[in-house]
Structures are given as C-alpha cells and as structure tokens.
Design a protein around this ligand. Sequence first.
Ligand code: ZN
Length: 389
Amino acid sequence: MLITADCEGGNSKHIRQVGEDHWAANVVADQPGGYRYYFHLRLVGDDRPHRIQLDVYPDPDISDGGIRTFAGDVAAIVWVRRGQSWHAVPYASFAGEDTLEAGADGYRITLSVAPREELRLSNVLPIFYSELGGYLEELTARYGTYARVGTLGESAEGRLLHYLSVAEGEGLERRPRVVIAAGEHATEAAGAWAVRGIGEYLLSSVPEARAWRRRYRFELIPMTNPDGAVLGRPCFTAQGANLIQSYADAANGTSPGVAEASALWRWLRAQPVALYLNFHGYVGPRGHGDPPYEGCYVVPSSVYSDGDRGRQVALIDALRFNTAALSQHQQFPIIPATHAAHQLALLDGTPTALYEPNMVNGRSGCMQCGITVLRAAMMALEGGGNSAR
Ligand SMILES: [Zn+2]
C-alpha cells in the first residue's frame, strides 16, 4: 500500500503505518485558530486486496489535538474517488462499505482497496485546477454564442485565474455587470460547486436564465486561489496570504500586495459592477447551526451612501427570505473591511454578499444553493432597491 499526499490538492503529513492495514496521518493547517481541517490523500493498492483503517488527526504543530481542533469544520461526509467518479461516504455509514466515524481525537475511516487500485480520499469534494480550463472550454464549445472564457491574470506561481462570461446578444459593454467569484479560501470547494451550478444554469434553456443573459453580462470566477487549491492549503495562497484580508484600503487606491488579490481588484475596478457575489464554503455541520448549515456575510447597509443603500437593503432582505442563509448564524455577520466585497461597496456602492454553501449537502446541493442565491440576488437587483431605510 502507498498512502501519500503527493497529488493535486493533497494535504496530510506524518503519514505512517501503525499496524497491519492500519494507518494514521495528520492534516496540515494554515494557522492556529482556523483553517485547519482539510485533508486529501492518494492511496495506491499493491498486489492483494486490503481493507484498511486510516485515522486522520489534527495538525500537532499548531494545536493541542483532539477532534474539536477541527473546530466547526468536522466533516459529516468524506469523499472517495475510485476511477474517475467520486462518491460520498456519510458519517456512521453501514459496516461492510467504506465508513467514516469521528472519535474524540480524530476521524476513523475504513476503506476497501482492490489490487493496484488508486483512490483519492478527502473531506472536501474538489474541483481540480487541472480540469477547470478544460471544463470551461467544453462549455464554450457547447454554448459558444453566449459563453466565453478568458483569464483575469495569474496567481503568484503563474497559474491562470480563469473566468467564464455569459451574455447573449448585442451591446454587451453597456449592460449591467454581475460578477460572481469563489475559491478565495483554496479548498472551500462548496463555493466553487455553487458557482459551477450558477454557470450551468445561466447557460441553460430555462426561460429566466435566457432572459437574464440577454439583459446582463455575467462574469464567473470559480477559482480565485488556484495555487492554494493545487498545493492543498486549507485556505491560504502559496505565499501564505489570506484573501479575505488582502484588500485593506483598496477603495482609496492602496493596491493589494498579493498577486491574486491584485488581479481580482483590477478586474472588479475595470468597469462598474452592478452586483458582486462571493462564495466561500463550509465543510460540514457546525456548532449552533441547523440544516442545511449555510451562512451569509454582508456589508452593512450603513456603509452605503443614501443613494446606494436601498439596493443593499434589498439584497440583504432577498437573501434573508429566499435562501437558507440564516441556517448557520441567526443574523448576517459582517464582511471585513479587508475583503474585496467591502472595498467595492465603499468604492462604487455595489450591492454585495458572501455566501457559504455547505459541502454536507453534496455536489448537487451546493450547485442548487448557488442558483438559489443567484435568484434571490437577481430579484433584488431587478427590483431596483426602492426600499431604502
Ligand atoms: Zn472561507
């Protein structure tokens, strides 16, 4: 048996055999106090079948250990890829199949590995950077008249920051611009799945989607931090930057010092943005939440000028009543002033929100969540925000 984190998105250290068909590993965290839950391993079978137990523990170098160190991010599902397809292994699934349990000190996962079989195992269902460009090209090949792809720049390590633009008809430059991004925190793939759902919805034959793409210009950025995603960093960039803290004072002309933030800020500033949605993602149920364990952060309407405030109030209300945004926090926490969304609100009065789908709802649940959030936000945008207060 070979068990390694040497693969795209891989994360684990101290991978060790502790008994016959019994292995253990520790996650690699980004910092104490947060961003310390993610693991992703590659397993390769030898010449006989195995049924292995793999225990996954917190990062001993930055925490005192214990499952609670995964604080608020304990996975209720692990994901296993056999061949090309991923399947979900829910918590406490039936014996005899792949299983996931959580003990006092970490996860315990049992897996059958066939001879020479290669598996991936992660608590987050990834969207691989290496497959993203090809996926976007496929969409343009299929919907070429109104889907275009491009790049808004490069990451610090030279990876492309892809975007997908969706708009149909003439006069695209004059249309309201809706920008939707995900993946600032590298492995919060729930958000990337949400943006993927939005993209496929906007390209579909659904009448609402067709009408929108004839009136607006949508720009989707599914992976803002490709270096972190490839390197398997839970949240930070390859340089150790946290992209929710990289835009301090940008509205006043301070340019972000981080390559990815600088590229995104240039993109956002190039033309006014009518609506900016940013997706992060939870990895599982968290304390104090209830199903479907989603969350939403907003820029408070008090930040906006009198003329712009109504549109942000309309967005906040639409999200409150038309999504599951209050299932994690019973009110909307504030997007920090160091985040691009907050700076864009200060610069242009752009209505904006940061939404967190939850990986526990699976790939289609996250895609559906993205579409639900988009519909609520478009309702607010189309309503014009007359309800200033
Ligand atoms: Zn995040």
